[in-house]
Design a protein around this ligand. Structure first.
Ligand SMILES: [Zn+2]
Length: 258
């Protein structure tokens, strides 16, 4: 689906139409979109890191378009995968993010009632089914957090919505895994972000959400936060993390779902 706005002297017209593309074009577009989503999520992470930093030390750091532009330039220089995509849509993502963030901040400054606030820009995720299908296709055994949304506790609506989305993704993953005879193991989720995957030590404090790197104070291991958690979960599921990256058991090709 795409939307086009045409501004004519006579007024404003908006058209919505469906675009049908070839499979090659679809693959190329999906790859572009993957990169754009990655850029967006980096902006979200950066913005949260800056926010937490400012909260701790007083407002000094900023996270405006200039900082985000520099972040993108650095990321493209370091990451061939990102560089393989066009820079224009990625820069557009940064401008879109800046606009969303500015609107959210304006609403906060103007003390708009919570229900009418735009809210800070959030992570973008792929649709659940696509994700779970790919995971199930590529892996023979899957560890899933036995996730229970905190509907009864005092959480914000945004948090509840995010929990619901995560729950839906996991439910889709479990269902598709079982359908295709995969070894699905539910893992108790407590402390998965605090434990060290290398030495099993538990951090004294939970990492703030903006902190994307896990550093173990006991053994000194440093790894991306999500990767550390994933390894902790694999251990708990009784799976071997060493063979986990992109592992597909022989003869376990996914039969096309009907
Ligand atoms: Zn450790």
């Amino acid at each position: 689906m795409a939307q086009v706005e045409a501004v004519a002297e006579a007024g404003l017209a908006r058209y919505t139409y469906r675009l049908r593309v070839s499979s090659a074009a679809r693959t190329a577009l999906a790859a572009e979109w993957d990169r754009c989503r990655w850029v967006w999520n980096e902006c979200v992470a950066k913005s949260r890191t800056v926010h937490l930093h400012n909260k701790a030390t007083g407002p000094k750091a900023t996270c405006g378009p200039a900082q985000l532009d520099r972040m993108l330039t650095d990321a493209r220089a370091r990451t061939p995968w990102l560089r393989a995509g066009a820079s224009v849509p990625q820069q557009q993502v940064i401008r879109d993010f800046g606009r969303s963030r500015a609107k959210a901040q304006k609403d906060i400054r103007e003390r708009l009632p919570m229900a009418r606030r735009a809210g800070m820009p959030k992570w973008k995720t792929k649709r659940e089914a696509l994700t779970s299908k790919k995971v199930v296709r590529d892996h023979g055994a899957i560890a899933v957090e036995d996730f229970r949304p905190k509907f009864l506790s005092r959480t914000t609506m945004a948090r509840k919505a995010a929990d619901a989305a995560i729950g839906a993704t996991k439910a889709a993953l479990i269902e598709m895994g079982r359908k295709h005879g995969r070894d699905i193991r539910l893992v108790h989720p407590v402390h998965t972000t605090m434990d060290c995957a290398h030495c099993d030590a538990r951090a004294k404090h939970a990492l703030p959400l903006g902190e994307r790197t896990y550093t173990c104070t006991v053994c000194g291991a440093v790894s991306p936060r999500d990767k550390n958690s994933a390894r902790v979960m694999l251990h708990r599921a009784g799976l071997n993390p060493a063979g986990a990256d992109g592992a597909r058991p022989p003869g376990a090709l996914l039969q096309e779902a009907a």
